[in-house]
Design a protein around this ligand. Sequence first.
Ligand SMILES: [Zn+2]
Length: 469
Amino acid sequence: MDKKNPFLTIDRQIVGDGHTSTEALDNLIVLCDDFGSRFGGTEGERLAAEYLQARMKEYGLHDVHLEPVEYIGWKRGEVKLQVVSPVEKTIPCITLPHSPPADLEGTIIDLGDGAPEDFDERADEIKGKIVMTTSVVAPKGSRRWIHRGEKYGRSLLAGATAFIFVNHYPGYGPVTGGVGHDGEGLIPGIGLSEENGAYLQRLLKSHGEVRIRLTSTDHSEPMTSWNILGDLPGAEKPQEIVMLGSHYDGHDISQGAEDPASGVVSVLEAARLLSTYAPDLPCTVRFAFWGVEEIGLLGSTAYVEQHAAELPHIRFYLNMDAAGGKTNTRDIVLNEWANLQSLFEQWAEEMAHPFAVAQSVSAFSDHFPFFMAGVPTGGMESAERSLTGRGYGHTQYDTVDKVEIGCLREASVLAARLALRIASQEPWPASQREEATVLELLDSPDYREESEFRERLNTFYRAARQGTD
Ligand SMILES: [Zn+2]
């Protein structure tokens, strides 16, 4: 018996069961094949919420319930993109979620991969035009991920009339992703395949000017989504909470199998394993499935707002968005919690399960509202964030056949073993940060450019909305 691992007996039960069960993959197939994208406002979203709730009850969780999330949702309509000159041609495209209805004509400006400095330097040229950029995430060798929302937002700030987002992967079709800001975006946004984007680029190069006409009938309206929650109540300190979570909505053009379903079923499987082999941990373990992440982290944001009194008692929130995907490795990225680094490293050794422990924070998944509220957070994801892009993610090809059962097992078992340790550790070395500390952190060189942009965009929307009220 290895004396260095105090949880060896439970670890063996969790690992043994997790690696001989097909439960996680079975659940993934139901979520994706039976319910489809689970996009906000679809029948599949409602069925998925009911299914997850039923599974949590069946696995023995307590206080399983849905919490409604009211939000401004989006319904895809018809879209038509016509090249008007120098040739006449209709090109297939999709509108991006929260794109407002469109009826406009204009000329295209090609901003290449959409480096932030290009938007500033070419602002005069952009004004009144339709910006086209690719989905390349690290333009001009950027060390940070330049998100679609930033390219769209910088186009808007520079006075563009519409936004064209071109997939940088050939053969994957058009790429999607939300462009809203607490509801509808202010200019239309569309996604194109790599091939159709390259066609427009060639036309622009050969003829100097390309004029297009864009019409669409999308609309935004009030909707209700649900966060789904369930607990393993703590035996000694029930008010202290460890949370594991993932959003369950995918994009409407996709099955959302890797992003997010591989994370959803891994959280669910961790719940089953802990409920079976470690039902009486000292602290509460809470399992959360967030609604409508893809169009603005809406479910997790609502939770953080509605549960403010509980936040100081959350020991750790582990985000598992797409955690069981084949394109990630299962490391732990702590969101700038240096005081937790050695503890997680020590656990990797104790568990005889090597994973890397990194420190960084991005604004693009459900850990972020918790991070902004000062809660200790991290994600199960690759330690080195890929700067190549999402692969099949956010395309019609993020399908069940891309998911491997081994990755789901690895994610579920690791999550269960970590939750076991976080809920048992005494004393717990991290606590809620003050707002000023969070802001100071985001003002450091690694994050300053992005947080400044976010503030500029917030101010722009506030002014624009006051103007129309
Ligand atoms: Zn996701």
